[in-house]
Design a protein around this ligand. Structure first.
Ligand SMILES: NC(=O)c1ccc[n+]([C@@H]2O[C@H](COP(=O)([O-])OP(=O)(O)OC[C@H]3O[C@@H](n4cnc5c(N)ncnc54)[C@H](OP(=O)(O)O)[C@@H]3O)[C@@H](O)[C@H]2O)c1
Length: 205
């Protein structure tokens, strides 16, 4: 099976965009960032099932300055807010808190809050720029419950396909036919990466 044939068809990818974009207010670009095997494995035992240093470095470089939206379990697995970015954590626990993060009671509230935050990389110089050009993107960074809820709200998908049959207990299913690849780069396994990978930048069709 090729990496691009890995994912199931899901009806919920048909959802309409969320309230913020419908209202016409300026919103941040919304980008899903995920690493998955061809079978859709994304996690194991509350952590990532692989060590991919190059992918982590790309994640750091490309999300720097922006806003990260994540589920509470993913936040727990990281253990702290990542520097240089705003973090919005989604939880149903009304008494949950952590230093340096914004808490949201659900996925759509998280996007609303992310749109209103000032991100570290937002341009202070507004001259000649549209709102959406001076605002860093929102990166939806997992886990599975948050991807499933927010994929329909996102315009771009940065997918690292981990070319391995490694098993795990958290899976992502998505409809790849709704996305068009605009960039694909292959990386062999090596000192930096435990397994070979393919990085795909995809835009919504
Ligand atoms: N490969 C990758 O790119 C990648 C990326 C991120 C994470 N992961 C992996 O994925 C796994 C974690 O994913 P997961 O799906 O188990 O957990 P998750 O999505 O990170 O977090 C789930 C939690 O988010 C909150 N939540 C989710 N939907 C909600 C809603 N509609 N309303 C309110 N709160 C909601 C709940 O928190 P409360 O229980 O506090 O209410 C829920 O328990 C880990 O193994 C992690 O390492 C992999």
């Amino acid at each position: 099976m090729g990496a691009n044939e890995a994912f199931d068809v899901r009806a919920d990818d048909d959802s309409e965009p969320g309230d913020a974009s419908k209202s016409g207010q300026a919103v941040r670009r919304r980008i899903v960032v995920v690493a998955a095997t061809p079978d859709g494995v994304i996690g194991s035992g509350g952590d990532l099932p692989w060590r991919l240093r190059r992918d982590l470095q790309r994640f750091k470089r490309t999300t720097m300055g922006g806003v990260l939206v994540m589920g509470r379990k993913t936040f727990d697995s990281i253990g702290r807010p990542l520097p240089g970015r705003q973090t919005v954590v989604i939880t149903a626990q009304s008494d949950w808190s952590a230093a340096g993060v914004v808490v949201a009671p659900g996925p759509s509230e998280a996007l609303r809050q992310a749109d209103q935050l000032i991100a570290p990389g937002d341009s202070k110089d507004a001259s000649g720029l549209e709102d959406d050009q001076r605002r860093c993107p929102v990166f939806v960074v997992g886990g599975a419950t948050i991807y499933q809820a927010l994929l329909p709200e996102c315009d771009e998908l940065w997918l690292t396909t981990v070319l391995s049959r490694i098993s795990g207990d958290v899976h992502l299913s998505m409809d790849r036919s709704r996305w068009r690849a605009v960039e694909t780069v292959r990386y062999p396994a090596g000192a930096a990466d435990q397994m070979p990978t393919e990085f795909h930048r995809l835009v919504r069709r």
